[in-house]
Design a protein around this ligand. Structure first.
Ligand code: LLP
Length: 416
């Protein structure tokens, strides 16, 4: 569900015509809907209302400050994976006691910064990391609250690049090793184990893998009780999928009910780290048609957005719905590849897609681009990054200005 809708054949972002935004801000243009963000956050968060819980939005999905502030004001905590994300969420005014820090490769200065901020907990992914955090905490004369990420060896049945809870993945620790790590954590003077963590993958379209992982984790928790390690937080990560095309993912309320059944008798605070389910369908990327090109075997629509703006189709062959911003009644449909200007054959936004014939200068909207869209964008081919707009009703905020050529070279002072 989202608030990008056609009225009289024209696409609107909430109460604002997409065409009007393009007139003002040009293309390629990311447009986010505040109402959609709010609706998704509320739907997700209220799904767990019967349980003590904290919804920590996964910043990597969409880390624009305006979005972090909006979610923070609604009570969201944050799941971060870097010092940069910590910097952002603190700037957005998030309560550090609502911040959890995940990721396999936390650097020393990042650990220091997180300890300084006094975040809720670190989700630890290796014994080496545990020792490093203890060492940094000792130097700072403080204690780090931690959980250890369990790798439950559960198949999330999603794209291999975004599966994380299988034994072969780099993430988390398998149970035996995790148990040793908890024993170590208990003995380390500057570490306080308070949680258990797990994240099995992203874009899951069934809740069964979550429940399988949860069963394993709850069994594991009993082993920790035998060691006198008291777990107060259970972090189940993110991963709930969305509809890009024909997927039919469970509604958060279904997920909530299933978890409630399993956790009703546990004295735990549940932490969830949703990213895509909050942000994915709350954003579109608008692009302008540059040229049509016909080869002996294919029709191409060449547009001004490219893999540097939205890499998901190139990287995962992901499907994003694409449709004209202004609907036309009588045009022929043709099968096309929608491609960008970048010098790689992998630079496509859609392949073999049926679309109405488009003229140069017309606009296309790429849907479901609110998560892992702008955050994964780059300046490849020296293309300044797109602008980001946040619409709330008829209110328009330039959430990030379009980069200019000077932005491309501004850090290369020594060479100018
Ligand atoms: N927590 C942890 C520890 C994670 O690694 C992730 C995502 C999340 C939470 C949020 O997962 P979500 O609810 O968004 O599924 N670039 C890929 C997705 C990578 C996800 C990485 N980790 C894509 O565009 O599909």
């Amino acid at each position: 569900m989202h608030y990008f809708e056609y009225k009289n054949g024209e696409l609107y972002a909430e109460d604002v015509k997409v065409q009007d935004l393009v007139k003002e801000y040009d293309t390629p243009l990311y447009i986010y809907s505040a109402r959609t963000f709010k609706r998704h956050f509320t739907a997700f968060d209220s799904a767990f209302k019967e349980l003590k819980h904290l919804t920590c939005y996964s910043v990597k999905a969409n880390s624009n400050l305006c979005i972090l502030k909006l979610l923070g004001q609604m009570g969201a905590g944050m799941d971060i994976v870097s010092g940069g994300e910590l910097f952002r969420v603190l700037k957005a005014g998030i309560d550090p006691q609502k911040i959890v820090y995940s990721g396999v490769g936390k650097r020393e200065h990042e650990i220091e910064e997180a300890l300084m901020a006094d975040i809720l907990m670190f989700n630890i992914e290796s014994e080496d990391e545990l020792k490093k955090i203890n060492e940094v905490a000792q130097r700072m004369n403080t204690t780090a609250r931690i959980s250890i990420r369990i790798n439950p060896d559960v198949d999330p049945k999603t794209h291999p690049y975004i599966s994380t809870g299988l034994k072969k993945n780099k993430f988390g620790l398998v149970e035996d090793i995790a148990l040793q790590a908890y024993k170590l954590a208990k003995d380390l003077p500057h570490i306080q184990p308070i949680g258990l963590d797990c994240h099995i993958g992203s874009q899951l379209t069934s809740i069964d893998p979550f429940l399988d992982a949860l069963d394993k984790i709850l069994e594991f928790k009993d082993k920790l009780s035998d060691l006198d390690i008291e777990i107060k937080y259970l972090d189940l990560g993110g991963g709930l999928g969305i509809t890009y095309d024909q997927e039919n993912p469970p509604h958060p309320s279904e997920f909530g009910q299933a978890l409630q059944q399993k956790l009703a008798n546990q004295d735990l605070t549940l932490i969830l780290e949703p990213g895509r389910v909050i942000a994915g369908n709350a954003g579109i990327l608008v692009t302008r048609v540059l040229y049509n090109k016909k080869t002996p075997t294919k029709n191409f629509i060449i547009v001004d957005a490219a893999m540097n703006d939205l890499i998901r189709p190139s990287l995962y062959k992901s499907y994003h719905k694409i449709a004209p911003v202004v609907q036309k009644n009588k045009t022929n449909k043709i099968v096309v590849d929608v491609v960008g200007p970048i010098c790689e054959s992998g630079d496509f936004l859609a392949q073999e897609r049926e679309l109405p014939e488009m003229q140069s200068g017309e606009l296309l909207a790429i849907f479901s681009a609110g998560a892992y869209g702008f955050t994964m964008s780059s300046q490849y081919n020296s293309r300044p990054r797109a602008a980001e707009i946040l619409v709330d009703g008829d209110k328009i905020t330039l959430a990030r200005r379009r980069e200019i050529y000077m932005d491309l070279i501004q850090l290369e002072d020594n060479c100018i």
